[in-house]
Ligand binder design. Structure first.
Ligand SMILES: [Fe+2]
Length: 258
């Protein structure tokens, strides 16, 4: 079995709405390890509610790693909200918010946004040498309502990360159906936990790997929880990055055209 790599996890204590204290962080790390996760990228929020302090994040990472021992290895990233201020700061400091100081950077969308304007923002990040990793589009109303949108952003060069719990139904029917549709069309590149606690939204990728295996194949499931996220933390190109397939609507149209 290839060890799992979780690139999105609110495991650091007291920084945001994730682990409230070190005790919970240590317990989350233990749950992740027992579930098969060997690397966790700690991704505190950077949004209107929670500011991102790189020095503080690094110090808390060290403290947590010392408390848990070598496994899982804790790396640093950020759950980066796509606000105007954030994007400007990221372009000025291209590795400040990225995953393990690579070119990959998680990007979180607002509940509502203008699709064309956001395409411009993503292009700016790409031009600045970053590869945006779209976090859980399956949970976002705009992506849920526009099934061509994720594919459009992938064509630009973005990567798609869905939340493990979406594949097991924890985020409701719409997120489940949207996640499965993305998975069917090869528009998912990474599954991450986006864990916030030990009770709800928990660490561990094994259940989601199982769901992806049943839906697609063992090889694809392994790419999404192990091979692709391992490439991301190493700053390599993704081994699994297939040409996306058309939406069902387009498939239907080409069928009608004969
Ligand atoms: Fe998150």
């Amino acid at each position: 079995m290839h060890p799992h790599v979780d690139i999105h996890c609110h495991i650091l204590p007291g920084l945001d709405d994730g682990a409230p204290n070190l005790e919970v962080s240590v317990e989350m790390a233990r749950m992740a390890r027992e579930d098969g996760t060997r690397h966790i990228v700690a991704t505190p929020h950077a949004n209107f509610q929670f500011a991102y302090d790189g020095a503080k994040v690094a110090a808390l990472r060290d403290e947590l790693q010392a408390a848990i021992g070598p496994e899982p290895a804790i790396l640093i990233g950020c759950d980066f909200h796509l606000s105007f201020e954030n994007v400007r700061d990221a372009i000025a400091n291209p590795r400040k918010y990225s995953v393990n100081q690579t070119q990959y950077q998680l990007v979180e969308f607002a509940e509502s946004f203008k699709m064309d304007a956001m395409e411009g923002v993503l292009s700016q990040l790409l031009q600045a040498g970053m590869v945006p990793v779209l976090t859980h589009p399956e949970r976002n109303p705009v992506f849920q309502q526009h099934d061509d949108l994720a594919g459009r952003y992938v064509q630009l060069g973005c990567v798609v990360q869905i939340t493990s719990g979406s594949l097991t139904g924890d985020f409701g029917k719409t997120a489940f159906k949207t996640a499965m549709d993305l998975l069917d069309r090869d528009l998912v590149h990474v599954i991450a936990s986006d864990a916030h606690s030990t009770k709800r939204r928990v660490p561990g990728l094994a259940a989601a790997e199982q769901a992806a295996r049943e839906r697609r194949s063992a090889a694809i499931a392994q790419a999404l929880v192990a091979d692709n996220p391992a490439a991301i933390i190493a700053g390599r190109t993704l081994p699994f990055f297939p040409e996306p397939r058309p939406t069902k609507k387009k498939k239907m149209l080409s069928f009608l055209r004969g």
